[in-house]
Ligand binder design. Structure first.
Ligand code: 5GP
Length: 146
């Protein structure tokens, strides 16, 4: 793995690494051999999903081409399901590199947010209802797997 920058080294105990290891629970939307998609616990809009690679990458610089492709393909699947489930065309695809940009979890991830840039909620502030997250994950998974 190449290092993302001088400041941030990959931490095996970051929250997404723990999810990949099965150490903490999450509301799964989709999984394949190279990626995992799950509901964001502090969504910036209803239906906010995160897509992560199964690679130890801090940010975009670290991401290997096969994982970059896999993350994009999973993101397409998730976004198409979001359009259907939430009945809206507009989905924001966002990805933060480095704490200066506002990144808070240092395992590369793509945000897919059913919202508008003019209506986006605050970043990683308000916890969503677990029951609602479970319900949305189930609906999205059903559409993806149909
Ligand atoms: P970043 O700031 O790194 O771009 O985004 C990290 C995202 O992870 C935030 O949107 C935040 O709400 C989400 N997040 C942080 N901790 C957890 C967690 O324990 N579970 C889930 N599902 N999402 C989390």
């Amino acid at each position: 793995m190449t290092q993302a920058n001088q400041e941030t080294k990959y931490d095996d105990n970051n929250i997404f690494a723990k999810m990949l290891n099965g150490d903490i629970p999450y509301h799964k939307v989709f999984e394949d051999d190279k990626t995992l998609a799950f509901m964001d616990i502090m969504p910036q809009a209803k239906g906010h999903v995160l897509v992560i690679p199964k690679q130890k990458a801090v940010d975009l610089v670290d991401l290997e081409p096969e994982y970059a492709a896999a993350v994009l393909m999973t993101s397409k699947k998730v976004m198409q399901a979001q359009r259907q489930v939430f009945e809206r065309e507009g989905i924001i695809q966002m990805q933060l590199n480095g704490s200066q940009a506002g990144q808070t979890v240092f395992h590369y991830h793509v945000h897919l947010i059913p919202s508008s840039i003019h209506e986006l909620g605050r970043h990683a502030v308000t916890q969503a209802d677990q029951g609602e997250l479970a319900e949305m994950a189930k609906k999205l998974a059903e559409v993806i797997n149909a």
